[in-house]
Design a binder for this molecule. Structure first.
Ligand SMILES: [Ca+2]
Length: 193
């Protein structure tokens, strides 16, 4: 609600209370990172920001919190940005995080990945140079493997793995990208575009 409408319907005092409680777009602890192209974006690491420090959310819930801060889940655009995110995961000893990476359910594992935050496509996943996919996972297959939706694979539950997470050395593979079913709850990283 904008200020004028708010005053009209709620009165100035209540209006100012409402506005002080909608902390959207300000108040969150963010960090700026400037990539090698000279582009700067702000990042919110859920575990470093007081009100979100203990939150583990599914992908939709995490994206909703980012939106409330006028951000999106993080989209990786450069190797430097990828390293920056990984360093923060390592220094916070965070087990895993959500990014904005997505694949539409039912679409193929190779050509259908994109960043929901920036709208950019992720290159074909069968070229290992496109991104930071792990060489392994719960079923000992290179990522993305859609393991939870692959009958016979370890941990099969019939859910598509169509969200992109960094896992922190889960499979002795360092901090790497994995396709994960979106219902899992995790800390998250938001980014302002
Ligand atoms: Ca997987």
């Amino acid at each position: 609600m904008n200020k004028t409408l708010c005053s009209l319907f709620l009165g100035a005092a209540l209006c100012s209370l409402v506005s002080s409680q909608s902390t959207s777009c300000r108040g969150a602890r963010t960090t700026q990172f400037r990539d090698n192209r000279g582009v700067s974006h702000n990042y919110l690491f859920s575990w470093e920001n007081g009100p979100t420090s203990n939150l583990n959310l599914d992908w939709d819930g995490a994206q909703k919190i980012c939106r409330e801060h006028c951000m999106d889940l993080v989209s990786i655009e450069t190797g430097g940005e990828n390293d920056f995110i990984k360093q923060r995961i390592a220094s916070g000893a965070v087990k895993y995080i959500w990014t904005s990476g997505r694949r539409n359910p039912g679409f193929d594992l190779v050509n259908s990945w994109y960043w929901a935050g920036s709208g950019a496509r992720i290159g074909p996943t069968n070229n290992r140079a496109n991104g930071d996919w792990s060489h392994t996972g719960g079923a000992k297959k290179p990522q993305p493997d859609n393991r939870e939706n692959t009958p016979g694979d370890f941990g099969y539950r019939g859910y598509e793995e169509h969200c992109l997470s960094f896992l922190n050395n889960f499979y002795q593979d360092g901090i790497r990208w994995h396709d994960v079913a979106c219902y899992h709850t995790k800390p998250f990283v938001c980014e302002s575009q």
